[in-house]
Design a protein around this ligand. Structure first.
Ligand SMILES: NC(=O)c1ccc[n+]([C@@H]2O[C@H](COP(=O)([O-])OP(=O)(O)OC[C@H]3O[C@@H](n4cnc5c(N)ncnc54)[C@H](O)[C@@H]3O)[C@@H](O)[C@H]2O)c1
Length: 322
């Protein structure tokens, strides 16, 4: 079973899959991928052939980079997380567990089909990560004897144009969802992670560039970068690598569920330098790389560390440094 998306012929910069609908503003978050008219691309790679003006979508072919591994991903039902889950399965992961909110069950069911179609075991865990340490402990301890790959990916964002309009609830909700669970999931997963395991955290281009109307969200993403650097130092002696992926604009349910229509129109009018809004698979390949032994010499984010690796920026060229 595959996700479908069509390319769009235009002159100039090669185009990615078309995102034709600018009126898909969903009520509340997290948004449901099932309801998006332009389905995000999870498992096919936009690929350039010669001078063609439209990138061709081609099947991602796994080569066993994660053969036999067990992965736990938050936000794995949709968007970037779903694509990571499917690519891990394509790379031979034995089991892929995804955490999501109960209201996202239809998306989780679809993700399960995609994971199982690759021959991996899918484990669905409906849970609210913002409930705190006990909820995170339960997720890890009840299900696993072992975790090889932990992907901390769940997040929310609120568009708040002025700091005068923010408040306790928005700030607290954003940090309780985006940051706190990383501490607790890592705390309880690490004792079950053998040498060679990998933690990959989802940060964002906003951690580096800032965002005037996503103050709370971008602050959480900055915290995630620093958390990643620090935990990398702490876990290096145990042979556990900790890295992060800082994506630029990617077409996922997060966008229409949280951003005003004008934001998508603005992005389409003024896309990243590579000319199109990214698809989840275009970020997911970075997670697979960091999760695999191909990134055996990469941990943390600070460049000055010997043997340290960068936060990857699958952002179409928006960011030039980390
Ligand atoms: N889409 C982008 O443009 C973009 C850019 C940079 C970074 N990111 C990051 O990528 C990650 C994935 O986001 P996405 O764009 O794929 O959107 P998404 O809406 O598909 O994924 C976010 C997921 O977070 C999970 N989630 C939110 N609150 C939760 C809670 N309380 N308990 C459990 N799960 C919860 C949901 O399952 C949801 O599916 C996020 O960390 C986001 O900040 C996205």
């Amino acid at each position: 079973m595959g996700d479908k998306a069509q390319g769009m012929a235009t002159k100039g910069m090669p185009k990615g899959p078309e995102i034709p609908d600018t009126s898909q503003v969903q009520q509340g978050q997290p948004g449901l991928q099932k309801e998006l008219r332009a389905q995000p691309v999870s498992e096919q790679l936009p690929t350039q052939h010669g001078d063609q003006e439209v990138l061709t979508l081609e099947a991602y072919r796994g080569v066993g980079k994660l053969k036999g591994k067990v992965a736990l991903l938050t936000g794995g039902d949709s968007g970037i997380g779903r694509s990571v889950a499917v690519l891990l399965a394509k790379e031979g992961a034995k089991g892929v567990a995804i955490v999501y909110l109960p209201k996202e069950q239809p998306d989780a069911d679809h993700a399960r089909q995609l994971i199982e179609a690759e021959g991996s075991e899918a484990l669905l865990i409906a849970a609210d990560l913002s409930e705190g340490e006990a909820a995170c402990k339960k997720i890890v301890l009840e299900k696993y004897g072992r975790v090889d790959v932990l992907v901390n990916n769940a997040a929310i964002q609120y568009v708040v144009p002025s700091i005068q309009e923010t408040g306790e609830e928005i700030v607290s909700d954003t940090f309780r969802t985006n940051v706190f669970p990383m501490f607790f999931l890592c705390k309880y997963a690490v004792p079950h992670m053998p040498r060679g395991s990998s933690i990959v955290n989802s940060t964002s281009v906003t951690a580096y560039q800032g965002s005037k109307s996503l103050l709370e969200y971008s602050a959480t993403k900055g915290a995630i970068v620093t958390f990643t650097r620090s935990l990398a130092l702490q876990l290096a002696p145990q042979g556990i690598r900790v890295n992060a992926v800082a994506a630029g604009p990617i077409w996922t349910p997060l966008q229409p569920a949280t951003m005003p229509e004008e934001a998508l129109e603005g992005l389409k009018a003024s896309p990243p330098p590579l000319g199109h809004i990214g698809q989840p698979v275009e970020a997911a390949t970075s997670y697979v790389f960091l999760a695999s032994q191909e990134a055996s010499f990469m941990t943390g984010q600070a460049r000055y560390l010997f043997g340290a690796g960068p936060v990857l920026h699958p952002d179409g060229g928006m960011s030039t440094s980390s």
